[in-house]
Write a new protein. Structure first.
Length: 152
């Protein structure tokens, strides 16, 4: 037994499920711990858990007629930077390990959401109500979005 454990006792480990909403959350409680050990254990557990979560994400974005991220698209209310940040919020499920390209081809006036993305049967958009951009009358956007699998 470590000399500090003689003073504070052996740590205990408990898991408390969160009952509000969905049943996918829990609180892990480990204690008592010597000073500084909580931060060390928390960081290592976070890294292990995040590295083992499978996922897929949009890795880049190519929009017809746009040369850099600070451009604007004629007839689109949001800037390209805002559209790019909205694309980062996409939640995707990919069933194979090969990279694929999803497309967005829309004409205004309309509020573009994630359900307007054209995907193959291999990719599922989980948050279809995510607002991507707002098009005014006469505006059009053609975009290619590579999706790659990986860990979060």
């Amino acid at each position: 037994m470590h000399i500090i454990q003689e003073d504070i006792g052996l740590p205990t480990f408990t898991v408390n499920p969160v009952t509000k909403g969905d049943a996918t959350h829990a609180i892990f409680v480990i204690g008592p711990l010597p000073p500084g050990y909580g931060m060390t254990l928390g960081n290592s557990m976070r890294r292990v858990l995040l590295s083992s979560l499978p996922g897929a994400a949009v890795t880049s974005m190519r929009v017809a007629g746009i040369h850099h991220e600070y451009s604007t698209i004629k007839g689109v209310r949001e800037s390209m930077l805002d559209v790019g940040l909205n694309m980062k919020l996409l939640q995707l499920r990919k069933y194979s390990k090969t990279p694929e390209v999803i497309t967005l081809d829309v004409r205004g006036p309309m509020a573009v959401t994630a359900k307007d993305l054209k995907t193959s049967s291999d990719i599922e958009v989980l948050n279809t109500d995510l607002a991507l951009m707002t098009l005014e009358k006469g505006a059009s956007v053609e975009s290619r979005l590579p999706v790659c699998p990986g860990t979060q």
